[in-house]
Design a protein around this ligand. Structure first.
Ligand code: ASP
Length: 334
């Protein structure tokens, strides 16, 4: 009898264990991927975090986002498979999203309080800690490319406004009329959210075949922003960070909190100085420190072994990843 009872307890316990493992696996696919062996290459992207719900995101619109995220991932993936650099993968992937009016970056940038579009972007090379960024630009078609050009062709890290445009022109980048960034959807959104702020941004992190990491972030900032407000996206250490010794990070969310909590660098520092894993460090920052502070949003990150983490504390975050041994997957909700 005793033996039967203990066998029964054993069976129940093991089925509970299996169930909890299944739940953990499902969670880990949606928010992090821990690889047993180092990945030859890996890429992770976001298309903004926010209060998405089935009410404000129709199935059709959700499909459009999924298709757009997949197309962006395909671009970066191709670059990495062909042996291209993490930096190239990050820039090309973000350009695809900047050219798509769905995202709050480049073409689809949100409007400021004054009915203008002011764009921010940054990029960082984890192999040598080189970085470049532009902030508050109004006429550069692809701010991520301008950020990279600041990194490679100027002695500076950050250029803003008219000076950044002049630099981009001198470097032969594509300049557009500020009206290029006008989209009915974003303009109407401004009218609607003039009382209620809204988030959205794009980012990409990659690990290439040479073991180099890179990160980039591009945004139109927050709808209804005033006084040439600049968020975290163009600030190295806040919205973007990459270091071959640790990880590459791109953030999205309420920028003021990401600046004050130096979110992207904090994740790298927790790995470097405290020995935390990518998952532990990113979850501590996003789901503990930021939650306690009241800062909503999320990050995507990849470490030097190709592990991926995509934690967020908002309702949803457009995101996706691919690695050498996993086909691309894209998600919105938890
Ligand atoms: N972090 C961006 C900013 O504060 C906005 C966002 O990611 O939605 O400008």
């Amino acid at each position: 009898m005793k033996l039967r009872i203990s066998i029964l307890i054993g069976l129940i316990a093991s089925s509970l264990l299996i169930e909890s493992c299944i739940n953990k696996t499902q969670l880990s696919v949606k928010q992090s991927v821990d690889n047993k062996s180092r990945q030859e290459w890996a890429i992770v992207i976001h298309g903004g975090a926010g209060a998405m719900s089935t009410e404000n995101l129709t199935p059709e619109l959700k499909n459009e986002y999924m298709t757009a995220l997949t197309a962006a991932l395909e671009t970066g993936k191709k670059t990495l498979i062909e042996g291209g650099s993490a930096l190239d993968a990050v820039e090309k992937t973000i350009r695809v999203m900047e050219d798509n009016p769905l995202f709050n970056a480049g073409k689809g940038a949100v409007f400021t309080h004054d009915g203008r579009n002011e764009l921010d972007a940054s990029i960082m090379d984890g192999s040598n800690l080189a970085a470049g960024s532009v902030a508050g630009v109004t006429d550069i078609r692809n701010p991520i490319t301008a950020a990279r050009t600041v990194m490679t062709s100027s002695p500076h890290v950050m250029l803003t406004g008219a000076g950044a445009s002049q630099f981009a022109k001198e470097q032969g980048l594509e300049i557009v009329s500020p009206s290029y960034f006008y989209t009915d959807r974003r303009f109407n959104e401004l009218q609607e959210v003039i009382k209620r702020d809204k988030n959205g941004t794009v980012g990409c992190c990659a690990l290439d075949k040479n073991g180099n990491l890179a990160a980039g972030t591009s945004t139109g900032g927050m709808t209804n922003k005033k006084y040439n407000r600049i968020g975290d996206a163009p600030i190295i250490g806040a919205g973007t960070y990459a270091n071959n010794n640790t990880c590459a990070v791109s953030a999205t969310g309420h920028g003021e909190f990401f600046i004050r909590w130096t979110v992207a660098h904090d994740i790298s520092a927790l790995m470097e100085y405290k020995g935390l894993s990518l998952k532990e460090a990113s979850e501590l920052v996003v789901n503990d420190k930021l939650v306690k502070a009241g800062g909503s949003g999320g990050v995507i990150c990849v470490d030097k072994s190709g592990n991926i983490s995509m934690p967020f504390n908002s309702k949803g975050m457009f995101r996706g990843f691919a690695t050498a041994n996993r086909k691309e997957e894209v998600f919105v909700y938890r």
